[in-house]
Design a protein around this ligand. Sequence first.
Ligand code: GLA
Length: 325
Amino acid sequence: MNKMVKILALSCAMFASVGSAYAAEKLGYLVKQPEEPWFQTEWAFAEKAGKDMGFEVIKIAVPDGEKTLNAIDTLAAGGAKGFVICTPDPKLGPAIMAKANSLGLKVVTVDDQFVNAKGAPMTDVPLLMMAATKMGERQGQELYKEMKKRNWNVKDTGVLAITANELDTARRRTDGSMSALKAAGFPAGQIYTVPTKTNDIPGALDAANSMLVQHPNVKNWLVIGMNDNTVLGGVRATEGQGFKAANVIGVGINGVDAKNELSKSSATGFYGSLLPAPDVHGYQSIKMLHEWVANNKAPAKFTEVTDAVLITRDNYKDELKKKGL
Ligand code: GLA
């Protein structure tokens, strides 16, 4: 090869690599509640996966159905090949899949499972989620353990269980929590459930307030909810009604959403939180999608993430740091 041809070949190769950088794989990551550190953590680790594996992550907040369907159009128009989604409403599943299929986008669900028109889980769509029942059981066990440690009289103790039963993962967590408490010997008749209208602190606070006033004789409260914000709303309600931190035990789920609360200068009724693996959820879900898009390797229909650690005021810094959070 003469020098000229060599230079030509080299510049062609350079051009090709620039060209392929331009055509980098694009994948969406759509979440229902971007204000929750849980979802910010998923986003951050999805982006880490993108850096490690060479694809671009397009993060879009989808708080409702309209924004979700628009986001899918935006992704397709921008050349994305698929997306990971935690849907704002499981019932949107059929509409999301119809749109994604019509635009040729692959879909992986994270955290919350789609349901079809009949309310049955759409088991055909790949899903990565936490082990909801086990997580709930752990919440119940930790509450019971801490109640024993404080030597509370069970007779004077009530369970405030804030539910969100239309979301399957939430129902399984709170059901698990209540059954673990009963299994440990807590009287079923002292467990009071109340549904929250919205899965945030204000919604849970309202729900809890309406329940607390109905039980003026309860001296100590154990607070159950599907995630940190629900439990935080419950704890705020107990404070509003004059309960001291020493008479309230709340154990949340998510961990990352409890960081501010656990770092307060004095203890509150929010005792601790189960920290599962938002880092794994974010990284793995988009990795599965990437392998599907890039290598045609279809993901498993169901992936369950099981590990969780209880973080309290004593260990939260270390435990979060261990996970790079
Ligand atoms: C649901 C909850 C979130 C978080 C995830 C974890 O989506 O709304 O707060 O707990 O599950 O899977």
